[in-house]
Design a protein around this ligand. Structure first.
Ligand code: FAD
Ligand code: DHB
Length: 413
């Protein structure tokens, strides 16, 4: 009929605005890695509520193979948090480790030089133990979240916005703990004119392998060989973890098991290689090496914790231990704030955490410089590495300094 538009074949309507779900809590924790899980555990012990959000699933997080060496302070923190029983039963206390240089070995006697030991217990197991505890306690988790954005950081009630199972969620809280690792969103929420970053990227990576075979030695061996660094570590009496320095351009597919074992044998020398039990690898990955610190570690009511604020190269095994150190400072500060209203400790969080972070950065950098082959090194720098090794070998003071850093420097709270 004239004047009437033909009826459309189908109709489109604007999608309904998804309903926003609002949740409230005292602390919103972004990231369910070891830092986020331990923080929620320590807060729950003191009756402080938290919601933990992660973009991954629990299964994914529990399967990530990473750190292996825990300082005494980390062990103590896990025990005090009520998540240390399996670690104490199954972990391997180590009272020393070896440095090797082109076949020459020197043992750093951690117990004799410092009176302290370290615990070999995988990060995967730490994470599983913490998850088991948190789930048993009824912790609220949101897994598989997207588009996480912390806002209103300078307001009394900051907000974390995110998407979860197709809905937008708004979490209102007193404080946000950014425990979301190096590639997370928390650090990026701090204005660029406030945040200062310091970085060194190393010109090689670590190729790591796990195998169901007994370790080559009952203690760890860090080796510098003219073909590159190698590390012999372990997860248990029947499971070994090995690393070799590799090119950044390498792909894991370039490294068959056979090639890996041959290269490791060359770098650890014939005597150690004679003891090596090789087998099929069930995990193989390449990790880049980086030193990185972001300052300050607090902005308004957002705290950066663990890898979100700092990265160390893995030489010296400090990353997870630093994350736990941050958590100890922050948890203590928050408990004080909720118990007595005093904010003095959380106000000093960044200062206290960074004092320890920088010392661990120095140690990890120094050990990395000593133990790797650098493409840009001249014969002079190679001689310097060798002289430093000889000095550590001959001087008890130098060995003690290495031991003191390896077992972990104290937190000055
Ligand atoms: P992560 O473990 O990185 O956890 C961050 C979490 O945040 C993750 O679950 C992630 O999914 C989540 N997340 C990220 N982005 C978002 C987002 N946008 N929204 C929501 N969630 C998000 N350290 C040691 O102390 N000793 C060792 O022996 C040691 N060996 C290592 C060996 C290797 C090969 C590597 C790679 C690391 C090693 N480390 C070691 C370092 C250690 O693994 C890390 O320092 C540790 O995992 C840091 O914990 P974290 O909780 O701060 O961060
Ligand atoms: C392991 C990793 C490290 O970076 C290190 O220094 C010692 C041990 C490990 O994964 O076992």
């Amino acid at each position: 009929m004239p004047g009437h538009a033909p009826a459309p074949l189908c109709t489109f309507s604007e999608p309904e605005t998804p309903v926003t779900r609002t949740l409230t809590t005292e602390i919103c924790i972004i990231g369910a890695g070891p830092a986020g899980l331990l923080l929620s555990q320590m807060l729950a012990q003191e009756g402080i509520s938290s919601i933990v959000v992660d973009r991954q699933t629990r299964t994914h997080i529990e399967a990530r193979i990473r750190a292996g060496v825990l300082e005494q302070g980390t062990v103590d923190a896990l025990v005090e948090a009520g998540a240390g029983a399996r670690m104490m039963a199954e972990g391997l206390p180590h009272s020393g480790f070896d440095l090797a240089f082109d076949g020459d070995r020197h043992r750093i006697d951690l117990a004799g030089l410092t009176g302290k030991t370290v615990m070999v217990y995988g990060q995967t197991e730490v994470t599983k133990d913490l998850f088991a505890q948190r789930v048993a306690d009824g912790q609220t988790f949101l897994f598989g979240v997207d588009d996480v954005v912390p806002t209103d950081l300078k307001e009394r009630r900051p907000v974390v916005h995110l998407r979860h199972e197709g809905r937008s969620v708004r979490i209102e809280c007193d404080y946000i703990a950014g425990c979301d690792g190096f590639r997370g969103v928390s650090r990026k929420a701090i204005p660029a004119d406030v945040l200062r970053t310091f970085e060194r990227v190393y010109p090689f990576g670590w190729l790591g392998v796990l195998t169901e075979r007994p370790p080559v030695s009952h203690e760890l061996i860090y080796a510098n060989h003219e073909r590159g660094f190698a590390l012999c570590s372990m997860r248990s009496a029947t499971r070994s973890r090995y690393y070799i320095q590799c090119d950044l351009s390498d792909d894991v597919d370039d490294w068959s098991d056979d090639r890996f074992w041959k290269e490791l044998c060359r770098r650890i020398g014939p005597e150690t290689a004679a003891e090596l039990q090789t087998g099929p690898s069930f995990e193989k990955s390449i990790a880049p090496l980086r030193s990185f610190v972001a300052e300050p570690m607090r902005y308004g009511n957002l705290f950066l914790v663990g890898d979100a604020a700092h990265i160390v190269p893995p030489t010296g095994a400090k990353g997870l231990n630093l994350a736990v150190g941050d958590v100890r400072v922050l948890a203590r500060g928050l408990v004080r704030r909720y118990r007595s209203g005093e904010t003095d400790l959380i106000d000093r969080y960044s200062e206290i955490a960074l004092a320890r972070v920088w010392k661990a950065e120095r140690f990890s950098w120094q050990l990395s410089m000593l133990m790797h082959q650098f493409p840009e090194h001249s014969p002079f720098e190679k001689k310097m590495q060798r002289a430093e090794f000889e000095y550590i070998r001959q001087s008890e003071a130098a060995s003690r300094s290495m031991a003191e850093n390896y077992v972990g420097l104290p937190l000055e709270m």
